[in-house]
Design a protein. Structure first.
Length: 389
């Protein structure tokens, strides 16, 4: 993992300063963007995420007792807890992701020793780029390696999803966690969230993945995320199905007028978005990036108008990006309510994209957006150090 060597050096230094010795291993879990498939994962539908080369990195070492000591270097914060009695921390809420993973591992029968760890990341927190899933996966993988646990990657992703849903309180789907463990460099991951079948789909190497951050931060625990999930549950119940995945676009068109608003609009988005994901995968396999970009635009409009999770800042970035020559398509990524957009851009047009989008956005909002030119990255990985405690 030579690409992360500079980050490893930083984390090693931070770990030594915090604990006075070297860590045993360093784990890196990637963030992600979902190219297509907004809010379809928790409806047992289809999604198409890609891991990106922004990571949560954790340097860790085992302890001889049952205590877990955590230092979050980006936040300048630290906390500790006992594995004998893990509770939510209302003051250091960032640590609830690690606490939840520890709880779920033990509930599933795994025996854990204590751990001391330093956490560092360049996945922007609250940006919709999967920082929470990356933190969960890095933690679970560190516990797995330090305790020599036999856990397959799908089981690890499901465990992390449960930690976020049951302990943290965000009833998320499994997309973020699954891409963090299953990703392959240069590829997106087509996920059937009903049966968890996956397929790596090659991306065109001459197309850049460009993420633009509105700098709007949102907390999914307090946002409308769980409300949207409940609305989908109600819609499925009125349609007489277990999940919206079971309804085709044609079937829904014949019945949608029987649903009250806003359940009608929520269901319409999810059902049509599932078809867009399938169509988008087909376009990528044909190397038809223009068609994929058109579907991205449709997806954003649906997330804005039917699902109600966009914002003025997200809409501005998407509209501005769409006017730049060399942009195939643009849409919000993640859950919405703020955060980031993702655009597919011809490599030669990236600099024009950055200049035009940054200037237009700053003129309209007074905010300078962060823009990341990303590549499709591998999933979680680790490095055992030659010396440890």
């Amino acid at each position: 993992m030579t690409e992360l060597s500079c980050r490893y050096d930083d984390v090693l230094r931070l770990f030594g300063a915090a604990f006075g010795h070297e860590p045993t291993l360093v784990v890196a879990a990637p963030g992600r963007v979902n190219l297509m498939g907004g809010h379809t994962d928790y409806n047992q539908g289809f999604v198409l995420p890609v891991a990106i080369d922004l990571h949560v990195v954790m340097a860790a070492a085992p302890r001889r007792d049952r205590r877990v000591l955590l230092h979050a270097s980006n936040l300048g914060a630290h906390t500790e807890f006992s594995l004998e009695d893990v509770n939510r921390d209302q003051e250091q809420r960032w640590s609830n992701y690690q606490r939840g993973v520890a709880v779920l591992l033990q509930e599933m029968g795994y025996s854990l020793a204590g751990m001391e760890a330093v956490i560092w990341g360049d996945v922007p927190i609250g940006s919709g780029l999967g920082s929470s899933a990356a933190a969960e996966v890095a933690t679970a993988y560190a516990f797995q390696q330090l305790n020599e646990l036999e856990i397959d990657r799908v089981e690890l992703a499901l465990l992390c999803q449960r930690a976020e849903s049951e302990f943290v309180g965000v009833e998320c789907g499994v997309m973020d966690q699954l891409i963090a463990v299953m990703a392959k460099r240069g590829h997106a991951l087509f996920i059937d969230c009903q049966g968890l079948a996956t397929e790596h789909v090659r991306l065109q190497p001459e197309v850049s993945i460009v993420v633009a951050d509105t700098m709007e931060r949102r907390d999914l625990v307090r946002s409308g995320y769980n409300l949207r999930r409940e609305e989908c549950r109600q819609g499925a119940e009125l349609l007489g199905v277990n999940s919206l995945r079971e309804v085709t676009a044609k079937e829904f068109a014949a019945r949608e007028e029987k649903l009250p608003s806003p359940l009608r609009e929520r269901c319409r988005h999810v059902i049509r978005e599932n078809q867009r994901v399938v169509d988008g995968v087909g376009a990528l396999k044909r190397e038809d990036v223009e068609e994929f970009g058109r579907l991205m635009g449709e997806s954003h409009r649906s997330l804005r108008d039917d699902y109600g999770v966009s914002s003025q800042h997200l809409d501005l970035l998407v509209e501005t990006a769409s006017r730049v020559d060399g942009v195939y398509g643009s849409r919000l990524t993640g859950a919405g309510f703020g955060g980031c957009t993702v655009s597919l851009v011809v490599a030669d047009a990236v600099e024009d994209f950055k200049a035009h989008v940054s200037s237009r956005y700053e003129d309209a909002t007074g905010i300078v957006p962060e823009i990341y030119v990303c590549r499709a990255e591998d999933g979680v990985s680790y490095q055992v150090l030659s010396q440890g405690r």
